[in-house]
Design a protein around this ligand. Sequence first.
Ligand code: CDP
Length: 236
Amino acid sequence: MSKKKLYEGKAKTVYTTDNPDELLVYYKDDATAGNGAKKGTIVGKGVLNNKISAFFFDMLAKQGIEHHYINMPSDREMIVKKLDIIPLEVVLRNVAAGSLAKRLGLKEGTKMSTPILEYYYKCDELNDPMVNKFHIKAMNWATEDELAQIEKAGLKINSIMTDYLKTKNIDLIDFKLEFGRYHGKVLLGDEISPDNCRFWDSTTHEKLDKDRFRRDLGHVEDAYKEILHRLTGKQV
Ligand code: CDP
């Protein structure tokens, strides 16, 4: 397969493949927080996030969610459909944490009465500023119809994942999604892993996600391993 590096991100590298409609995503062990202000390595993270993401994509597909994931040629690699990425980070929240807790002066762990969906403009130089639908339409980042599809899929994904994770004694606090266009459709892209979700143990409220790295809580790898184990029953 002829591989050409297309893009190197903070946690993943993307390569072309022989098929112009498909890309290869390589999951790295590199970890960053605060938009690159804190850097480190979480040993084995690439393998764990690749497998955890593949698990969630497969699960969501069974419930009618269309996504970019095709298959996993190796432990750290994923073949995906090549999307025209919509430059938005779509954040879903069920419980106050992180930036929401700070911005609204809420205690982390405060349950929301209904899920919250927020948009951020994907732009490292600007620190991913929060935007609303008016900004998005005025800047032509997405159309009204695309936003309607994103909101419907985002809320459905939140509900499917929340219900499923509950059976594994995990609370889905919040998470980030990205979407892209593919032959006239809007598909779910990126990854779904402890790097971009907040997972708390339902009983102990222990954090099982990247906050262990962001906040120097220790046992970072163990938390990612625990998520894969609870989802699949497998160790790695
Ligand atoms: O993580 P932080 O407190 O900076 O931001 P947040 O707005 O509270 O993040 C909400 C959710 O989106 C968390 O699960 C983050 O892991 C995720 N997120 C992400 O994956 N990438 C970003 N650039 C920002 C948030």
